[in-house]
Design a protein around this ligand. Structure first.
Ligand code: SAM
Length: 202
């Protein structure tokens, strides 16, 4: 299991850095149903938006993030089973979740293709991954800028990359993408976002 050390300063700063995205969280998370897994939950910024009857499990490899996520769950009075692990080797049985949630996380997972395969494995048939991710632009000048700044960005932003193609990875993992739409930024910016659902065949 992957257990990076992370950094306490990044864990302390991330709520501020992610604040512009906060208004988008409930629009993803409110659709979670049943037994739900959140991957790369960070400091637990999504926890407030799950319906009360969702049975929530969350994984996060960074111990500093995890500590903050645990404290947030306690403050909210929200039951969450928190597990310290990476998404590339999920310690859960096949076909065991109705919903998986991923918000701005495939950008950072070192083996994103391995994580996509694990999400497909643990989803029940008919289950769905709800995601919002920032992605590689399809606009040539923006792509060039993304590639130019990606090495420095990755260093500064805790491993986050600007050039990931999560939708292609999810399709390669056998999931069917539905309701894909740009969110919070046009594709010609260096930070274009896509929100969508990835379904496992029933
Ligand atoms: C940009 S943050 C987003 C956190 C959270 N999903 C949110 O919406 O606030 C990316 C997260 O991915 C986590 N991460 C890094 N490597 C990972 C891995 N191998 N598996 C799962 N999550 C990982 C980081 O520790 C961090 O919490």
């Amino acid at each position: 299991m992957l257990r990076p050390q992370g950094h306490p300063l990044i864990a302390a700063a991330i709520d501020l850095v992610m604040a512009p995205m906060d208004r988008l969280r409930p629009r993803v998370v409110q659709h979670a149903r049943g037994r739900t897994l959140e991957i790369g939950a960070g400091t637990g910024l999504n926890f407030a938006y799950y319906a009360d009857d969702v049975e929530l499990v969350a994984i996060e490899p960074d111990p500093h993030m995890l500590r903050r996520a645990r404290a947030r769950a306690e403050r909210l009075g929200r039951a969450v089973e928190l597990v310290q692990t990476g998404a590339e080797a999920l310690p859960f049985e096949d076909d065991s979740f109705d919903t998986v949630v991923a918000t701005w996380v495939f950008c950072t997972i070192p083996d994103a293709a391995g994580a996509a395969a694990e999400v497909a494995r643990v989803l029940k048939p008919g289950g769905v991954l709800l995601f919002v991710e920032h992605v590689h632009s399809d606009h040539a000048p923006a792509r060039a800028v993304q590639h130019a700044i990606n090495p420095a960005w990755k260093q500064m932003a805790g491993g986050c990359q600007l050039v990931r193609e999560p939708v292609a990875l999810l399709e390669e993992a056998g999931l069917e993408i539905r309701d894909l739409r740009p969110w919070g930024g046009e594709r010609w910016t260096v930070f274009p976002m896509l929100r969508g659902d990835a379904h496992k065949a029933p």
